[in-house]
Design a protein. Structure first.
Length: 154
């Protein structure tokens, strides 16, 4: 296949084994700072996906709570395929540390009593949320914590 500009388009999605966390790429700034982009894959591509209300809620919960555990988060973005998220952090290539941050963040999801910013003032589609669904996704990801380091099926 022709090499594509988007890193994930060059990833053979039939060979990965979700859930996992992998370093997907880096971008260096002109002053030496580096953005590390991690692929946080919750679901097996083309086999399963997160339902939109649950994905929307876990996005809100993780985006808000991850910053309590890591002070250099640039962005946490859902994948359009609804199988995971991209986490971008500044100057942090410690994958084990990122895994620990994700574990703490997902535990925050399990303890949540409400979805942050789940209203028409702070959210563009406030009617599309599911706290229960977000908790189910977090629980499933945490249950497979020992698999996060294995990206490709053997």
């Amino acid at each position: 296949m022709k090499k594509m500009n988007v890193e994930s388009f060059n990833l053979d999605h039939t060979k990965v084994a979700a859930p996992y966390i992998r370093l997907a790429g880096t971008s260096e700034g002109e002053h030496g700072d580096v953005i590390y982009k991690y692929d946080i894959r919750f679901c097996q591509p083309n086999k399963e996906h997160m339902d939109m209300p649950a994905l929307h809620s876990i996005e809100h919960l993780m985006a808000e709570n991850i910053r309590n555990h890591h002070d250099r988060v640039v962005d946490l973005s859902p994948m359009g395929c609804q199988t995971g998220f991209y986490l971008s952090v500044l100057n942090d290539d410690d994958k084990n540390g990122i895994e620990n941050v994700m574990e703490k963040t997902l535990n925050d999801v399990l303890e949540a009593k409400e979805v942050p910013a789940c209203n028409e003032v702070q959210c563009g589609w406030a009617a599309s949320h599911s706290l229960e669904g977000a908790k189910e996704i977090a629980q499933k990801m945490l249950a497979d914590r020992n698999e996060w380091g294995t990206v490709f099926a053997e």
